[in-house]
Write a protein that binds this ligand. Sequence first.
Ligand code: FSO
Ligand code: SF4
Length: 548
Amino acid sequence: MFCEQCEQTASGQGCHQWGACGKSPDVNAVQDLLVHCLRGLSVVAIAARQQQISTQDADLFICDALFATMTNVNFDRKRFVTMMRQAITLREMLKLEVQRRSNRPTVWPEICNYEPDWSESLIEQGFAKSLTMLQKAGNPDIFALQLTVIYGLKGMVSYAFLAAELGQEDPEIYYFCEQTLADLDRSDLQLLDWVNLALKVGELNFRAMELLDRAHTETYGHPVPTPVPLNPRQGQAILVSGHDIKFLAALLEQTKNTGLTVYTHGELLPGHGYPKLKENYPHFYGHYGTAWQNQTKDFAKFPGAIVMTTNCLMPPHDTYDEKIFTVGSVGYPGLIHLPIHGGIPDFGPAIAKALALPGFTVTDPPRSVTTGFAHNAVMTVADTVINAVKAGQIRHFFLVGGCDGAKPDRNYYTELVEKVPDDCIVLTLACGKFRFFDQQLGEIGGLPRLMDVGQCNDAYSAIQIALGLSQALGMEVNELPLSMILSWYEQKAIAVLLTLLHLGIKNIRLGPTLPAFLTPNVFALLSERYNLQGITTPEADLAACLGS
Ligand code: FSO
Ligand code: SF4
């Protein structure tokens, strides 16, 4: 097998025997074959559109299917085989339609006629179609950028898919995705063409995050700073994890008269900031556990049912596999996958399970964190922020955002936040914050020193805050007293990084390790252009950011 799409990749050199995430070579093979089928479907979809044939079904299917191939989303081989068959069916239907409108027989490239030999093992067939085959150009730097493009594309479609669930779509995102999938093995592109394509992924990902922000805020209101209890309260309970705010809302609706208390886990913590969710559902109570890599411990202890709406799912232990449910793009063999009707999941089986489990027997002593410092909330206090900056009360902003992971060198982020001087503000987003999200950093002039902007997709919000500051202070974004110190794990973080580079943001520090798929030459090129750099030590990086 070959996979190096996440930071956890084996020995920093790619997973070749078995995925460090738990993905088997068999599942990896069907994912590779699915991506190959999606590339063929994309070529046909582009041709179909040229004939004014609607490709709506294919467009959304490609996003959904690519989303499923991301790290820690879906480990269910059968689901990938089903998706592959769906891709081939959609492709053949579109081909027929193209043929019907043409007066000459269409000659399709080989990739548009591909179908695996279902009677043979798919492992070898998967390897034959894996991304390693792109290396045929023989240039490792171009291969690195081809991987950057496809991995970034996966992150982008995951956001586009979540936005589409809430009715926000931009066909240009789908068309770009299909064109890029179709072009992935182009041999006429030079190194800088691939760099530009990677930046284009960042541009379209910005659009996808913007759509998702609009989808969330138009449906559930602009997030407001909201305290979230971290102490469990007595009673039966259900835990919901992932990023899908629409599914969180549906779960709240379906549990409202059951007596269950709803807790968020992982990237759903910022869900508490949405006024229409908080106000309408008093049983939407608190947050349980920390980042995804601690779930085997957290889920085992949770005395209720658990629903995973997106990544990050780890292979479940048998101590809790009977109480965990998957929905949407997520899957794991043996776990119950909840059906979706008319876009709304049926949480019935998970609710029944939660009602059969004991729940929390006591209420723990109060403990809380505050979330909801998204762009609207921060910009409503913009005057206070600007005045504090001008008066020298706020010396610097640190955006410490991104994903968490299991490696010990991620302690860097906790130490950095602990060492940030008292006259500086820390903005955070995504699941990396769970290492420090409950720290009491105090206030500056009534503003909290630690503000949670939201999920990884709320990088959009952080960008809006930076743009707002730059306008109010009359400075370019790169001149602001703002440093971005990011942690990455999976492909959404790659998409977000490409967005920041597309916007021309310089001096980003990235860790805990640099992506295995980037060659030294490609990294040097990005460093030269954007001063992108790896993290070093908290002390040295803080000193460099503060110019001291
Ligand atoms: Fe984390 Fe997982 Fe949000 Fe990722 S829960 S690691 S970048 O899926 O998406 O931050
Ligand atoms: Fe390895 Fe990450 Fe791929 Fe899993 S997703 S197989 S850990 S590189």
